[in-house]
Design a binder for this molecule. Structure first.
Ligand code: ADP
Ligand code: MG
Length: 380
């Protein structure tokens, strides 16, 4: 089938799968700690139909204007990155069921790519959710979350935690999810920020370190745990450690490992503090937690970059901005900012101008609305 037909077919099923923000709790998910994400109003729209073939599937990304043909009998990794998100999901589904048959799928996205709002999870989860519906596979939402994460591990090669997929699938409008990444216990926290807005500023840099450094951070945390464990048998992951415990093993640790562990322990505490601030509608404290989070990820976890640091520092001088931090895996992407509605426009204008002056890059911005997770828009 040609791309023209892919563009225009009459679907059996339409799915929307969102990107996400995370108020606080960066890199805590793979350390089995806490996160505070929600889906947002940026999403990938998938159109699916069964194509009567036993084994042949076609997936077309309108954003890339590229299509992919898959033979269900030989699903293997591709050298083309985006294809692995799709192939990985199909591969994981086939481990659970043999009910998949030929299908066509087009996808079209408003989630900025590689910007820390998890277009990758939107892609994986939308694909998994859609195939589950199209072929009545009987997978639960938690199956979809878990298999999407696994697809990223096995086919894409990023050892990501569970947050992105969980947020993409499980979110509810006007709530953030306090998620315990160890037990997957979660609580929906209502979020009312009025008169403040969540403003996302896209640095338009992704320093290509994200994937390799991500896996390095994961290893560094594991090294920290190994040292803590020798002294404290209650420590299975960093979520079980306290700053007091960490201090007692400082001399046994490389300073880099010490800083990584310190960040994660403090970041878990910030998730709890943010949850409390939201429940008490204490937005000043919420903003301060964002700034503290940024300092930690910049100085201790060392996953920031000059562009993100510049934006966060600039925002500190602007009345009406309560807080800001870089969001997502690191080394660019978006910053998340808590901004009074009266100054949003002026703030964006001012910060875009100085950013352009400093880096010669155009900043783009959008407002993030806490939105529902992956859902069916239409089913024949
Ligand atoms: P993030 O998840 O923060 O957006 P990642 O690097 O984890 O960044 O994932 C981005 C990758 O996901 C893209 O490089 C691409 O391979 C894939 N992807 C996301 N959206 C699409 C899309 N609409 N079409 C094709 N591939 C996509
Ligand atoms: Mg991603």
């Amino acid at each position: 089938m040609d791309i023209y037909t892919m563009n225009s077919f009459d679907p059996d099923l339409i799915i929307e799968s969102p990107g996400r923000i995370n108020l606080i709790g960066e890199h805590t998910d793979y350390n089995m700690g806490y996160v505070l994400p929600t889906a947002i109003n940026k999403k990938i729209t998938f159109r699916f139909r069964k194509n009567k073939s036993e084994h042949i599937c076609k997936v077309y990304s309108k954003d890339f204007d590229k299509s992919l043909t898959i033979d269900l009998r030989k699903v293997v990794r591709s050298i083309t990155e985006w294809e692995n998100y799709v192939l990985g999901v199909i591969n994981e589904i086939q481990k659970l069921t043999d009910e998949l048959r030929g299908f066509d799928c087009t996808l079209e996205s408003t989630v900025p790519l590689g910007s820390g709002v998890s277009s990758s999870a939107a892609l994986e989860c939308g694909m998994a959710f859609g195939l589950n519906q199209l072929f009545n596979l009987g997978l639960s939402e938690s199956d979809i979350v878990a298999l999407s994460q696994k697809a990223e591990h096995t086919f894409v090669g990023t050892q990501c935690g569970i947050m992105d997929q969980f947020a993409s699938v499980m979110s509810r409008e006007d709530h953030v999810i306090l998620l315990d990444c160890n037990t997957l216990e979660h609580e929906y926290i209502p979020i009312n920020l009025e008169p403040y807005k969540i403003v996302l500023l896209n640095t338009h840099v992704s320093h290509n370190l994200a994937s390799s450094e991500y896996n390095t951070r994961k290893m560094e945390c594991e090294q920290g745990v190994a040292i803590l464990k020798k002294k404290y048998d209650t420590v299975g992951t960093l979520r079980d450690a306290t700053l007091e415990m960490l201090k007692t093993v400082k001399d046994e640790m490389d300073n880099t490992i010490y800083k990584r562990c310190m960040f994660i322990i403090e970041e878990n505490e910030r998730v709890m503090a943010m949850t409390k601030a939201l429940k008490e509608n204490d937005l000043k404290t919420a903003g301060k937690i964002l700034y503290d989070g940024h300092s930690g990820l910049s100085e201790l976890y060392e996953i920031s970059c000059p562009e993100s640091d510049f934006l966060v520092n600039f925002s500190k001088g602007i009345p009406g901005v309560l807080g800001a931090r870089q969001m997502g895996g690191g080394f660019g992407g978006c910053t998340i900012n808590l901004v009074h509605e009266d100054v949003v426009d002026d703030y964006i204008r001012a910060i875009s101008a100085v950013y352009y002056e400093e880096f010669g890059l155009r900043l783009t911005s959008f407002e993030g609305f806490p939105s529902k997770g992956t859902s069916i828009i239409y089913k024949k």
